[in-house]
Design a protein around this ligand. Sequence first.
Ligand SMILES: C[S@@+](CC[C@H](N)C(=O)[O-])C[C@H]1O[C@@H](n2cnc3c(N)ncnc32)[C@H](O)[C@@H]1O
Length: 263
Amino acid sequence: MVGMSRETIKARVEALGQWFHNLDLDGVATAPDHFLHDYPNVKWRRFEHAIPADLTGKSVLDIGCNAGFYSLEMKRRGAGRVLGIDFDDRYLEQARFAAEVKGADIEFRKLSVYDVASLGERFDVVLFMGVLYHLRHPLLALDLIHDHVVGDLLVYQSMQRGSDAIAPVREDYGFFEDKHFDDPGYPKMHFIEGRYSGDPTNWWAPNAACSAAMLRSAGFEIVDHPESEIFVCRRVGGAGDGAVYPARPKPNGKNGHSNGDAR
Ligand SMILES: C[S@@+](CC[C@H](N)C(=O)[O-])C[C@H]1O[C@@H](n2cnc3c(N)ncnc32)[C@H](O)[C@@H]1O
């Protein structure tokens, strides 16, 4: 809001609880003591060159938008419609306030990634940053994102653990071949039954190869990999080729289980 005093902004920031995004709201830092330092600014600086500098007229969906850091950056690059979704009311309130202070026309809506089909709309750019490892069903989410909301580009980020190497993987291996499973660059995802870093919503930690493999498997072509955790992808495959809703016909033309189905 134009003309809001620094004291008013500071009071509102404090009233909105603990912030995960450190935003600069007219000189008021929302999370100055973040354990990842000036986050997500430090992350953004490592891959911003890989995102189109001019998004004039483009539509953007920011899934798991939190306090809207990336939604605001997309708007700054000229995006037309920007929709941020998150299932946490507290973060959505923070995002709405931040956009108000910045005078940015961004819509924020309460919606889970599992419900993106209900949007009934594809976006030129979809951001799926920092959410996958918080989900119990990560591949389901990627399939839904592919099949229902990505029009062109997907920008993906996940917390990753294990090797950053991405080993070449053959299409098939014989039953008695098993050495490749121990290659650090083979796709692997660690399941976290308890907590990680005190957070019970950290369910998974893929390595870089696993992020890449899941993205390919969900129907994305990786066009850039500017840093270990970031993948810029293009949606491939035609509209309505849903893996999940509706079930994708198998390559042999039948539905149902088939070892020959790459998905
Ligand atoms: C680690 S933060 C990442 C925030 C931001 N995208 C970024 O990269 O900085 C994860 C966010 O995902 C949201 N989230 C977790 N599960 C979700 C779900 N099923 N649907 C929508 N948002 C979800 C959380 O509320 C939180 O805001």
